[in-house]
Design a protein around this ligand. Structure first.
Ligand code: 4AD
Ligand code: MG
Length: 430
C-alpha cells in the first residue's frame, strides 16, 4: 500500500492509501471513532467504524493514547467539514508504539511549561505552522539569490576576531588559542565578494546578548549578502526586491499555515516596492513630532523603531546613522562624514529592525584608523585589510535575521517560537 503525506491526500480521493503518523486527538460515538492523526504535514480525520474492522482492532483503538504512533490505511473521501477537506475511512490500523501519558494535553498551558517541553511543543498545530513557514522563508531566500546569480559561500563559525563589537562575544578555547563564535559572516563575505562578485552566506550567528527581550536570541540564523561594486542605493534596491519576493512566496505557498496562525493577510499583501527611505535625521524628526525626548546621536530602542515604522505600511529603510553608533567598517558619507552609508530595514507592525547593512570602508588608511579607534587588535584584521590593499572596490552588503523575519511574517509576539530550539538568556534546555 502506498504511504502518502496528509497534505497531498487530495490527489488520492477514492483510492486506498496508508498514512503514518501520531494520534493527535480522538472522538468517539459508540460504533464510530474519529481518530485525528497528524504526520507533520497536516491533520487528518480517520473514521473507524466498528463494522469495517475486526472486533479486536476496534477494542485496541479505544485504548489509544494521545501521541501514540500509528499507521492507518483506508479510502480517502472528500469531506468539506473535515480539516483539509478530506477524511479517511479506515480499514486497517497498526499501532507502532503506545505513548505514555502525554504532558501537553488539549487544554491551555503556560508558556514556561511549554518552553520546558519544547521538544514536544513543536508537535502542536501552531508550532507546526510556524516552522513550516520558516522553512518556506529559508527556501525562498535561497531561490532568490540563486535566480539573481549569487554564489553561496559559507562563512566560518569559529573566528579569531570580532565583527559586531566586543561586548557580545562568546569566547572559546581553540586548542589554547582564544577564538570566538561568529557574530556575523560579513568580514569573510567581503573577501568572498572580492573573489566571486556577488555572494551570500546563510548560517547560525551568536551574540552573548545580556538582554532578555522578545527580539533577541543568543543564537540566530542570518542571511548575509555582499556585493562588489554595489553602493548604498544598489544595496537597498536589492533588499527590497528580496523582501518582496519572500513575502510573496509565503503568501502563495503558506495559506494553510497563515490561517492556522490567524495572520492578517492584508498586512502582508501591503508589502510592495518601493519601500520608503528616510535618513536617521528624518527619523529623529518623526520621534520628536511624536513627543519623544530623543537626542540626535542616540541609537534607537525598540519603542523608537515602533513609532518610526508605524508611519508606513511597508518596511522602511533608515539610512545614514551617526558614525559613532555604528560598526567600525561602515563607510562615512563623503557629503557628511558625521554619518555613515549604512541602512537598517525596519519591519512594519512594530517588528523592528530585520536587516542591518551598508557600504563598507574601501580605503586602507581610514579602515586602519577605525580599527584603532575601536580598540580592535589590528593583527587579527590584517587579512581583512588586505582586501583594501589588493584591488579595493566600493562594496556593500547586509544581514537579515531569519527569526525576526519569521516573527514578522507569522505575526508572533515573541521570537522564542520562530526556531525549533531557541537559545535565550539563561535558557538552553532542551
Ligand atoms: O545589525 P546586525 O548586527 O548586522 C550585522 O551583523 C552585519 N554584519 C550584517 C551584514 O552587513 N552582513 O545584525 C543583522 C540582523 C539584525 O537586523 C537582526 O535582524 C538580526 O540580525 N539580529 C538578531 N536576531 C535575533 N537575535 C539577536 N540577538 C540578533 N542580533 C541581530
Ligand atoms: Mg543592527
Amino acid at each position: 500500500m502506498q504511504t502518502v503525506l496528509i497534505k497531498n491526500l487530495g490527489k488520492f480521493a477514492g483510492q486506498e492509501v496508508t498514512v503514518k503518523g501520531w494520534l493527535y486527538n480522538v472522538r468517539s460515538s459508540g460504533k464510530i471513532m474519529f481518530l485525528m492523526v497528524r504526520d507533520g504535514s497536516g491533520l487528518l480525520q480517520g473514521v473507524l467504524a466498528k463494522k469495517d474492522v475486526p472486533e479486536t482492532v476496534f477494542e485496541q483503538a479505544k485504548q489509544l493514547t494521545q501521541e501514540s504512533s500509528l499507521a492507518i490505511t483506508g479510502t480517502v473521501q472528500e469531506e468539506p467539514r473535515a480539516q483539509g477537506g478530506y477524511e479517511m475511512h479506515i480499514t486497517h490500523l497498526e499501532i507502532v508504539a503506545t505513548a505514555e501519558e502525554y504532558p501537553i494535553t488539549h487544554k491551555e498551558h503556560g508558556v514556561d511549561f511549554l518552553a520546558e517541553r519544547r521538544h514536544l511543543w513543536i508537535r502542536t498545530p501552531r508550532q507546526n505552522a510556524i516552522l513550516r513557514i520558516r522553512s518556506e522563508i529559508e527556501h525562498a531566500f535561497r531561490d532568490f539569490f540563486y535566480q539573481q546569480d549569487f554564489v553561496l559561500a559559507d562563512a566560518p563559525i569559529i573566528t579569531p576576531a570580532a565583527c559586531e563589537g566586543t561586548t557580545t562575544l562568546f569566547e572559546l578555547d581553540y586548542h589554547g588559542e582564544k577564538a570566538f563564535l561568529s557574530q556575523s559572516g560579513q568580514l569573510y563575505n567581503e573577501a568572498n565578494a572580492m573573489a566571486l562578485g556577488r555572494i551570500y552566506c546563510f548560517g547560525p550567528t551568536f551574540r552573548a546578548e545580556k538582554s532578555k527581550t522578545r527580539r533577541h536570541l543568543m543564537e540566530f540564523w542570518m542571511i548575509e549578502a555582499e556585493m562588489a561594486y554595489f553602493e548604498l542605493d544598489d544595496n537597498m534596491a536589492l533588499q527590497e526586491e528580496m523582501v518582496c519576493y519572500v513575502v510573496q512566496r509565503v503568501l502563495e505557498r503558506c495559506q494553510r499555515e497563515l490561517k492556522v496562525l490567524g495572520r492578517d493577510l492584508s498586512k502582508l499583501e501591503a508589502i510592495k516596492m518601493p519601500f520608503p527611505r528616510i535618513s536617521y535625521t528624518e527619523a529623529v524628526e518623526i520621534l520628536k513630532k511624536a513627543g519623544e525626548p530623543f537626542v540626535w546621536g542616540d541609537d534607537f530602542g525598540a519603542p523608537h523603531e515602533t513609532i518610526i515604522s508605524s508611519q508606513f505600511d511597508a518596511p522602511v529603510f533608515v539610512h545614514r546613522y551617526p558614525t559613532e553608533i555604528k560598526a567600525f567598517y561602515m563607510k562615512p558619507d563623503p557629503n557628511d562624514p558625521k554619518v555613515v552609508l549604512g541602512a537598517d530595514l525596519l519591519a512594519p507592525e512594530g517588528y523592528g529592525e530585520v536587516i542591518g547593512g551598508g557600504q563598507r570602508i574601501d580605503d586602507l588608511k581610514l579602515l586602519e584608523q577605525r580599527i584603532a579607534e575601536h580598540k580592535l587588535p589590528q593583527e587579527a584584521f590584517e587579512w581583512y585589510l588586505d582586501l583594501r590593499r589588493y584591488g579595493s572596490v566600493p562594496h556593500s552588503g547586509f544581514g537579515l535575521g531569519i527569526e525576526r523575519t519569521v516573527a514578522w511574517l507569522c505575526g508572533l509576539d515573541h521570537i522564542r517560537e520562530t526556531i525549533p530550539f531557541p537559545r535565550m538568556l539563561h535558557k538552553m534546555y532542551p
